[in-house]
Design a protein around this ligand. Sequence first.
Ligand code: NAD
Length: 468
Amino acid sequence: MSGFDSIDPCTGEVIWQGEAGDVGSAVARARAAGKGWAMAPLAERVAIVQAFKVVVTERAEAFARLIATETGKPFWETKTEVASVAAKVDISIAAQAERAGSRSSEIGGIRQALRHKPHGVLAVLGPYNFPAHLPNGHIVPALLAGNTIVFKPSELTPAVADFMADCWAAAGLPGGVLEIVHGGGETGRALAAADIDGLLFTGSAGVGAALARQFAETPGKILALEMGGNNPLIVWDVAPEALDAAAVLIVQSAYLSAGQRCTCARRLIVRDGTQGPLLDRVSGLIDRLIVGAPFDAPAPFMGPVIANHAADGLIAGAAALVASGAHAIRPLLRPRDDRPFLTPALYDVTGAAGLPDSEMFGPLLQMVRVADWDAAIAAANATRFGLAAGLIGGDAALYDRFWAASRAGVVNWNRPTNGAASNAPFGGIGLSGNHRPSAYYAADYAAWPVASLEADAPEGSITTGLRA
Ligand code: NAD
């Protein structure tokens, strides 16, 4: 890929054109800027990060419009993404102080200190689904820690990355501290192989695994992988009066952002024989969800998926489910062949043969009927991923059992699977991550700890084992 375009998924219009960047020179500029940035007092870095928050807040409307145009996500939703970008600043400052700050103590007359150092030049690889919030979740903590950054955004959302870079420049970030390199997978691979000190990745499990292989020869470099999921949502023992709310939670879990959230529910697990009233409500809601362009009136619940190739893949995936024996309760439909709008889909896959344990990154929910609770837990955990898991219904005792048995980094009860607290760590196990969770714990991978024993003047004595 050399020259490439970014396309508005709703209209097919080109909204950005550019060239794949030069990785080597971007890394060199970040390296050159590194010393000054790392040696600057923390307060200076904090001030610039806070100025970034002010700029983002001032430009929020234009920022949200651009994200909506480039991704097709509803405008109401991209406003919340911009709010998250701004909110990340205070959260990261607090997390850095708490988890990667400096402290000293004296034990037995010996002075001890704990401080943290930046890695140096960190690469950040971003996904398209939250093109601002997710890279920002790596960038802000990494800058606070004193790293310089080479950010390669998704090739599907370069305009949003350029907008963010402008905000940083307006906030007074010195040149070279944040470099943007555009390009696709090849550019990402080249950046991972360049003279960097670590890489912070949010994206698919396949690419994350390829990066882990690439980094196998350099275990000394930090590699943080935030990847996808094949997330289960169990619905169990829901009181009749709570069925409407349960249906809402299922729909939000599966179809927010057109199913393009890493934490979206992919598999709905229900007790066989009890699902009828619940499915009536879920289907009723599905039929009412508005799928449309970001600025439509009335506002859509969800937009298209990111691009035609993504819609093609999802339609093929749904056809494969049906060929395996799945039955459509609401089929995945594509109202316009030339654009990637899809309707929210629900398939009963109970008994289907050879279902893939893969992330279908779109508005497609697979229902599995099971006989009892043990089978529900077994179905929930029957995945190599481990990002999000949810329980709707039951009581505190059942939730305790669910929590204890769940193999996931986000475990929710009577809440959507895709809700996550911004002041908590965020990450998964298995194919979902490499135990370097982001969000509040991003401070941990942005710096390395140095433990010191210290005295103002040489102090020492040998009390045993010396000849007289
Ligand atoms: P992707 O893996 O296709 O791309 C992510 C980034 O990696 C892009 O910048 C891309 O250009 C780059 N890339 C692609 N191939 C590469 C290679 N061989 N070497 C280096 N870089 C390469 O992901 P996507 O489709 O943009 O995003 C959707 C995925 O991200 C989903 O799987 C979703 O679950 C996941 N995701 C995870 C989280 C999380 O926090 N765990 C959050 C959001 C999205």
